[in-house]
Design a protein around this ligand. Structure first.
Ligand code: ZN
Length: 258
């Protein structure tokens, strides 16, 4: 069965800025989805901020193996209820790819538990994306590095928890460096943050960027699901025979998870 990917886009600059519109006439989400769809193992649909429930209904998320997230200027417009919903699905095993300025999205900050701040500069400088982890599934097909001709500089310090895995480090023409590809596990879900993707440059038309995203989708997808409802195990179901000692504050059969 194909990996079901929902490509989520904030879809604001594509409609309000002429330069961005020229690069992504159908929106960045459409371009990202088209790149992913070139792979026969990947099936895509798109969702945008302006859709009812931001296009992320319970039904859509239930049928999503991997969600990609691009947002920049409207993070605050994403409803907390939807953020709760996405977080729950990540815990259950849905993969999440957080792209570029998505470092400041509600969902990424929530999952990281830090400010996710970084340094930045918009000067169209060259970015050299170095492979840190050459045997990782996400870097397959990439040699030592690839380049993005015009990029927004994202630099250290990047205020994130120590990554589970470091995948890429970027160097910029202006001299800064940045952990541009990092992975995390949150609950049963695989999370990948990938920084290239400023909207005023054609970054998502770059073949290497598209390859990284395809690899990342396959890495993040998981068949394993864990519904974490904190189940109570009654005394009679304990692996070894035991007797109740003392008082029990909970009623028999009471759900542990609220
Ligand atoms: Zn940007």
């Amino acid at each position: 069965m194909a990996i079901r990917v929902t490509v989520w886009g904030e879809n604001v600059h594509e409609r309000t800025n002429q330069e961005v519109q020229e690069i992504y006439p159908e929106g960045m989400h459409t371009c990202i989805a088209q790149g992913l769809s070139e792979d026969a193992e990947i099936e895509t649909q798109t969702a945008v901020l302006q859709d009812p429930e931001h296009g992320l209904s319970e039904e859509v998320l239930k049928n999503t193996d991997v969600l990609t997230w691009w947002g920049h200027c409207a993070h605050q417009d994403v409803s907390d209820e939807i953020v709760d919903r996405v977080q729950k699905r990540v815990w259950e095993g849905m993969g999440l790819l957080v792209l570029h300025s998505g470092h400041y999205s509600k969902i990424f900050k929530r999952l990281m538990g830090t400010t996710c701040s970084l340094t930045w500069r918009e000067a169209g400088e060259k970015e050299r994306v170095w492979v840190v982890n050459p045997t990782h599934p996400i870097t397959q097909g990439i040699d030592r590095y690839f380049e993005v001709e015009n990029s927004e500089m994202y630099g250290e310090p990047f205020i994130i928890p120590t990554p589970d895995e470091s995948i890429f480090i970027s160097w910029y023409e202006g001299g800064e460096v940045f952990r541009s590809g990092v992975t995390y596990r949150r609950g049963a879900g695989n999370v990948f943050y990938f920084s290239p993707g400023h909207e005023s440059y054609p970054v998502y038309h770059n073949e290497k960027v598209q390859l990284v995203l395809k690899n990342a989708v396959k890495w993040a997808a998981s068949d394993a699901t864990w519904i974490d409802n904190c189940p109570n195990v009654p005394v009679e179901q304990a692996p070894e025979k035991i007797e109740i000692k003392g008082v029990s504050l909970h009623k028999p059969g009471e759900a542990g998870f609220k």
